[in-house]
Design a protein around this ligand. Sequence first.
Ligand code: FAD
Ligand code: NAI
Length: 475
Amino acid sequence: MSKQFDVIVIGGGPGGYIAAIRAAQLGFNVACIDEWKNAKGGPALGGTCTNVGCIPSKALLQSSEHYEHAGHGFADHGIKVEGLSLDIGKMLARKDQVVKQNNDGITYLFKKNKIASFHGRGSFVKAGDAGYEIKVAGATEETISGKQIIIATGSNARALPGTAFDEENILSNDGALRIGAVPKKLALIGSGVIGLEMGSVWRRLGAEVTVLEALPTFLGGVDEQIAKEAKKAFDKQGLKIELGVKVGEIKSGKKGVSIAWTNAKGEAQTLDVDKLIVSIGRVPNTIGLNAEAVGLKLDERGAITVDDDCKTNLPGVWAIGDVVRGPMLAHKAEEEGVAVAERIAGQHGHVNFNTVPWVIYTHPEIAWVGQTEQQLKAAGRAYKAGTFPFLANGRARALGDTTGMVKFLADATTDEILGVHMVGPQVSELISEAVVAMEFKASSEDIARICHAHPSLSEATKEAALAVDKRTLNF
Ligand code: FAD
Ligand code: NAI
């Protein structure tokens, strides 16, 4: 007889591993199946986020920022750096070590929570009286059964039609994180989150970077004022971003990659580069799940169809994270994982999609929560806006990092905060205050009345809240 579990989680990324931990905390007998392989073919828990996403990209963003500061930023502080050089091998090895620490951390957490960890591909065999039979195909093959199944199989990079990733010249996020020598010329297709983060890494390390974006507007989903400010900063840094382009034929050979493209004016162009990163979004991953065997419903995008509670069309089968609707973010996947485990336990797990923060870890950083000014206008909602520039913040001046601003949008009548948008230093951390405020349905006046430490960047948040009522103190 196959091993029986109360809950089987398929996928060990941030959605799956967190769901497994929460389910174990709630007293269930839990298994988690994950197929990711490390360089030696062993398990590497943590999914896209840990292995080729959030964690390694932030490690390289940090290293490359240090390099840029040493080369260009320290002089202003009276620090001379001579003979600066780059050991890209060591930088990549450090990044791999950071990834491994996170893989090991999750393995430890699984042991601590007595979660049975299976390394291999999980696929549906059939539904039966004891729940669902799931085949695990790894070094060996076995079948396990579970009453409740949580699918957290994540997403894969979208390829350009007719241009497959070879991870040598034409790179997905995977190859983009392990280029062995700084390319002289690098192109990225898509100026979304990956395009900007990975473009920044390789530009800081010395590559001449061009980003080709199909849409005529830069960061269309971001508040326009914030996106404009960010674009100004990227232009100044020398990150070449071409908007409104149409990418044509791509040829890859020994000498690199040649990209035919048409610019916004309709003029034909050719870009010859050493490497090309394609970052045009991601597709939900249900490869190998054998969804057909049990009649699991997918939508037209290939995502698993779920309701607001992450329930699929099958009883006892749930799906979370990148493989379902909603933003493809690790923290969104985690929140869904916790909520589903709690729902299985008969509790009232809840995810508030209106307060999921977004962060782009460039320099300046970009972060936001809630609605943009464009969205409020389109919805005909009466609002008040308040902004405060980091240029007028003492801590930002001391840091030598005064680009950007904080912007509040609040209801014109009730003053409830509807959105907070930031571009500037360390806004990835500052955005949390806005998330908390919105969760508690705070007004901009609530933030304006709270004592913020001086000198701190968070004073810009307070001042932007004051600006909603046109009473900034330092600007
Ligand atoms: P995944 O992390 O994709 O995990 C799915 C796991 O399931 C994988 O290990 C996969 O191997 C496994 N799997 C799939 N099918 C099977 C099967 N049949 N059997 C067994 N195992 C299977 N998000 C942020 O919030 N912040 C960031 O800074 C950030 N940076 C990113 C940077 C990059 C370069 C990329 C690519 C993404 C980034 N993301 C970031 C997005 C984030 O990585 C995803 O939103 C997140 O990983 C989704 O989690 P998940 O658990 O749904 O899926
Ligand atoms: P994205 O959706 O952020 O951006 C894709 C961009 O490519 C868009 O601007 C789109 O208009 C453009 N595009 C699409 N097709 C194109 C074409 N044929 N030619 C030119 N441009 C084209 O997707 P990206 O950057 O691949 O990232 C995927 C997801 O991963 C993100 O949406 C996000 O959910 C997640 N992520 C999150 C990060 C974070 O939270 N800091 C970091 C990196 C990724």
